[in-house]
Design a protein around this ligand. Structure first.
Ligand code: NOJ
Ligand code: NOJ
Length: 417
């Protein structure tokens, strides 16, 4: 507020360089918001981990219990959320002490180990668990094979951290068995159709294949390092298969990566092949990149996605200083088909990672425009009126903010050097 008043005063006094001062103050307000939003996001995530009434280590997708009910532990969301704490263990400016971060990871490991062993329809390809750790047996799109891949990649990083702090014994005894159950499944299912990350289409998906490839390659290196040579060889051959399957989504003639192929079941109205999942696939596998973020087809795909959403959402028609609000895919009907925070934040992160601060900031400003005054972020933003929609306090939205924010911080510090 004080800054806002100061801005008004400067403008009223008719400062010769009022515009400059305005820009500078505007920038300070934006920077303050970023810092505040970081703290809010971390706090909100912690509230959604092991909340009251859940088994320790559960990560709920949202506290929302109806319309929609997201009070479950989704394997994919949980892995992407816990990535935030893993990054801090790996050295990114921590909010918590290492002992607290480790505790979060061990709880998550215990929950995972328990859930892997409970009765389920499709083994570890089960998409979501009740908060007591048992598999949710409601009718649902299953299997979803990206989940175990994301989770294995995360625990492999945790293992690396433990090894670097002299705890290889614990890795062999406690962590590797959990990783191996996920990797065996991912490796065995590599040709099998699966539901996509949006839980809607059964078929072959770029996101699923890219995350599988990364997990299998890192898993192979890990297996070798802890002395399981035969396993290492098998994992690396499955990884190579996953890699060639991932490249089969590159369509030079359409000048884009096509997210879904060979649909067998589920919704049948995705015709464009454009999906923010393609960008997310690359962001979520940065430890084992399939291609550069500046690869021509990647850039063409991102550009097509942006142009498409710009043209279909009313809230993108005005406010040109803000980045385009991005949705999952253009044909989306879920809650009417709207922009999502995590999709828009993926674009912010993408631009920071390729070194384009201004463009990344435009997407961040878009996000800032739609969050509420307390920094709350839900799942979606109405395409018509810009108000938030669907699951409130979506845990993944906060994680997406934090990874984008980190990319921005890293870009800024690389510019100072
Ligand atoms: C719930 C899923 O989580 C969501 O992704 C999907 O769009 C709807 N079901 C409709 O199938
Ligand atoms: C629906 C999304 O489509 C899916 O990706 C997510 O896992 C669930 N909601 C839970 O957040």
């Amino acid at each position: 507020m004080r800054k806002f008043l100061l801005f008004l005063t400067l403008t009223m006094l008719g400062f010769a360089n009022g515009a400059d001062a305005g820009v500078r103050i505007g920038k300070e307000i934006f920077d303050d918001w970023l810092k505040k939003q970081r703290l809010v996001s971390e706090r909100k995530i912690l509230k959604n981990i092991s909340p009251p009434g859940t088994r320790r280590g559960a990560v709920v997708a949202s506290p929302s219990k109806h319309d929609p009910n997201y009070f479950y532990h989704w394997v994919r969301d949980a892995a992407l959320v816990m990535d935030v704490w893993m990054r801090q263990l790996e050295g990114y400016t921590p909010l918590l002490r290492n002992t607290e971060l480790e505790k979060l990871m061990w709880d998550f490991l215990d929950f995972t180990g328990y859930s892997q062993s409970t009765p389920a329809y499709v083994g570890v390809g089960e998409p979501r668990y009740n908060v007591d750790g048992t598999a949710n047996l409601d009718p649902w799109g299953r299997p979803q094979n990206d989940g175990p891949a994301l989770r294995a990649s995360l625990f492999i990083r945790f293992s690396r951290y433990l090894i670097s702090t002299g705890r290889e014994g614990l890795v062999r005894e406690k962590v590797w068995p959990v990783i191996q159950r996920d990797l065996d499944y991912v490796g065995e299912q590599i040709y099998a159709p699966s539901f996509d990350l949006w839980e809607e289409v059964k078929g072959d998906h770029f996101y699923t294949r890219v995350t599988a490839r990364a997990a299998l390659f890192s898993g192979s290196e890990m297996a070798r390092d802890v002395g399981f040579y035969a396993k290492a060889a098998w994992l690396s051959s499955q990884a190579a298969v996953a890699e060639s399957l991932a490249f089969s989504h590159f369509d030079e003639s359409r000048e884009q990566i096509v997210e879904n192929m060979n649909r067998q079941d589920g919704i049948d109205y995705k015709w464009s092949g454009l999906d923010v999942a393609t960008v997310l696939a690359l962001l979520h596998t940065r430890q084992k990149p399939l291609v550069n973020l500046t690869d021509v087809l990647v850039m063409q795909t991102a550009e097509k996605i942006e142009r498409m959403f710009h043209s279909i959402y009313n809230i993108n028609k005005n406010l040109d200083h803000l980045g385009t609000a991005i949705g999952r895919y253009p044909e989306d009907h879920y809650y009417g088909g709207n922009p999502w925070f995590l999709a828009t934040l993926a674009f912010a992160e993408y631009f920071y990672l390729v070194g384009n601060l201004d463009e990344g900031d435009r997407y961040m400003r878009r996000v800032r425009y739609h969050v509420d005054g307390d920094g709350r972020m839900d799942e979606q933003i109405s395409r018509e009126n810009g108000y938030m929609l669907s699951a409130h306090d979506l845990t993944w939205s906060y994680a997406a903010f934090l990874t984008a924010y980190e990319a921005r911080q890293r870009l800024l510090s690389s510019k100072i050097k």
